[in-house]
Design a protein around this ligand. Sequence first.
Ligand code: FE2
Length: 282
Amino acid sequence: MLNTQQLAHWHEQGFVALPGFKSADELRAAVTRAHELVEALDPGSQGSRFSTRDRSVVADAALLASAHAVHGFFEEEAVDDQGQLRVPKSRSINKIGHALHRLDPVYRDFSHGPELASLAAALGLQEPLVHQSQVIFKQPHIGGEVGWHQDATFFVTTPQTVTTFWFALEDATLDNGCLWVEPGGHRGARGVLREQYVCEDGQLHMRALDNTPWPDARQALALPVPAGTLLCLHGLLPHFSAANRSPHSRLAYTLHATDARATYSPLNWLQPSPGMAPRGLE
Ligand code: FE2
């Protein structure tokens, strides 16, 4: 699946870009389905509403409720105090998650297959378990910045195994908020897990683990990629995406997988559901 050069790049840099991993037909199906899902969303329903009065509690409940469902999340400023949208739904959706790979037929197909399974094996996931999927919209003009983080923060395993599969459903450019990474930042003294996002007594919070500073701008490498590219990221690789101030959306679809042979932290915000145990990529 990966040639020697790509594999060496993965180990040294902590990421690998695979242009053309998804065909034009697969992209069209995924983008069309994303817009259909948005059309079907009720902005006032649980899982999609932000409250300005009691934001943290409502946001926690909404996030937890979405773990094994298909829920939409709207840009905070797009929703008023009554939970009504100020702008059209299609322009205010932030993301849809977190079990599209299990519950939506189009994304189930998109998320599984022999190519993906053999790629995961090449990246070290011998027994991959997919925990989460998201469509991220990064809306024109208002798509917000996502600051430096490591995806292992959300999926701690011992040893560390979480791997991110980030599919560009549309071109990701410098203007519309492509990913930026710290090349090699997953290794050595830089590759320490700084935070863990935990759920304790139904409350979500970020727990500090290590005060190693985040990279500065000079250490960041932009990864503009054409639609159809699959970017794989090591769970400890620091990365961020800038705000989208362009007139173009930047749709992406992500999967996060760990290895079943590692121990999955009972504190992770997303715990397997008894009725829907995580599955592999075949
Ligand atoms: Fe991330």
